[in-house]
Design a binder for this molecule. Structure first.
Ligand SMILES: Cc1cc2nc3c(=O)[nH]c(=O)nc-3n(C[C@H](O)[C@H](O)[C@H](O)COP(=O)(O)OP(=O)(O)OC[C@H]3O[C@@H](n4cnc5c(N)ncnc54)[C@H](O)[C@@H]3O)c2cc1C
Length: 334
């Protein structure tokens, strides 16, 4: 349902809604997919997941960074998370977004901020730092910074989005860099990216297969798609690919039992754990991917405990009603 996807992507890009949501803490069902607002509760979550044999990558959520001050604060927060992870002796690294570190303010400034994080990572057990992939408009800046950093650091990696026509070329450039392969979460134009699920899935499989056969670095296959996961399991068996060369990843709060099952089967598994006050954009992108989750949100909007938080829920709901989506969502089973 492209109209639903467009609606939630537009909300994720709405600065006013993001700012309003930040003040009230995770609501509308977001608390099921965001681990908490602070590092303490997030570390508890990581410890629980570690006990199940699952490692974690932590994302301190942050959207719409427009000042150097905000970018520097984001950088310090990330360093603090690495420090806390190290001291707590948990199995977790960080995933960062370059826009949060000032990419849209000044590319050199964002590079220096990211480099600082990698220098600090050295102090904290040389922990891995993943640079997430964002909108296409940020791709050139992101790859430019990754290219510079990969020459200096071994513990840096990035993400390839299968919906991009150029995904294979970008992936080939990073044969010796740790990569996460995803389908892609943003809305991109038809001259840049595949638009249908069939085309994206096909390219995703092609990327995974080539990567697993040829890469000289670790690969994270980040998806909730059982068809892709089953395909990978069979593919690695058929081609004698070591389980140590890759892991599966999922987002916190989605298909948790399935995640536990995969980890139990002996595959490396890593959970992407977002936390922090800036939950709205992240949550709206998740709703865009899977409209069934709207049910979670509707239940939460009308729950007793959320009466004081109804304003933002009402805005989302009004939009859904205008689009005639509320009824559709209510009618769907999770
Ligand atoms: C760990 C991780 C990190 C990511 N990092 C990035 C990034 O840096 N940049 C970026 O652009 N995107 C990122 N993404 C998002 C990614 O690009 C996709 O938008 C997102 O994962 C949805 O695609 P999917 O592969 O899970 O499968 P989809 O195509 O959404 O789903 C395929 C099928 O899987 C099943 N399924 C999916 N979800 C569920 C569920 N919750 N319950 C039951 N069945 C389900 C359904 O049958 C569905 O039809 C990341 C995703 C993950 C998991």
């Amino acid at each position: 349902m492209p109209v639903v996807k467009d609606f939630f992507i537009a909300l994720s890009n709405n600065k006013f809604m993001n700012e309003s949501a930040k003040k009230m803490g995770p609501a509308l069902g977001a608390n099921k997919v965001v681990a908490g607002v602070d590092i303490d509760s997030t570390i508890d979550t990581v410890e629980r997941l570690n006990m199940k044999g699952i490692s974690c990558t932590l994302d301190n959520l942050g959207e719409f960074v427009t000042s150097r001050q905000e970018a520097l604060e984001a950088q310090q927060n990330i360093v603090e998370i690495m420090r806390r992870n190290y001291n707590a002796n948990i199995d977790a690294h960080v995933s960062i977004k370059l826009t949060q570190l000032g990419l849209n303010i000044d590319r050199e400034f964002a590079y220096q901020n990211t480099r600082e994080i990698l220098l600090k990572a050295h102090e904290y057990g040389n922990t891995f730092v993943n640079i997430d992939a964002e909108k296409y408009e940020d791709l050139v800046g992101t790859t430019e910074i990754v290219d510079k950093l990969k020459g200096e650091f071994k513990n840096v990696g990035t993400v390839i989005q299968a919906y991009l026509f150029d995904a294979m070329n970008i992936m080939d450039k990073y044969n010796d860099v740790r990569l996460r392969l995803v389908k892609g979460a943003y809305k991109e134009a038809p001259h840049i990216a595949f638009q249908t699920k069939e085309e994206i899935d096909k390219n995703y499989i092609a990327l995974i297969e080539k990567r697993l056969l040829t890469a000289k670095a670790f690969t994270s296959i980040a998806t909730h798609d059982h068809n892709v996961i089953n395909h990978v399991k069979q593919f690695v068996k058929d081609h004698n690919i070591s389980r140590d060369s890759f892991e599966f990843q999922m987002l916190y709060g989605f298909r948790t039992d399935y995640a536990y099952q995969i980890a139990n089967e002996g595959y490396n598994f890593c959970m992407y754990v977002p936390f922090g006050e800036d939950w709205f954009g992240y949550f709206m992108r998740r709703l865009a991917e899977r409209p069934q989750n709207i049910n979670l949100m509707l239940l939460d909007i009308f729950s007793e405990k959320n009466k004081g938080k109804i304003a933002i829920g009402a805005s989302v709901l009004a939009g859904l009603t205008l689009l005639g989506i509320g009824g559709i969502a209510k009618g769907k089973k999770k």
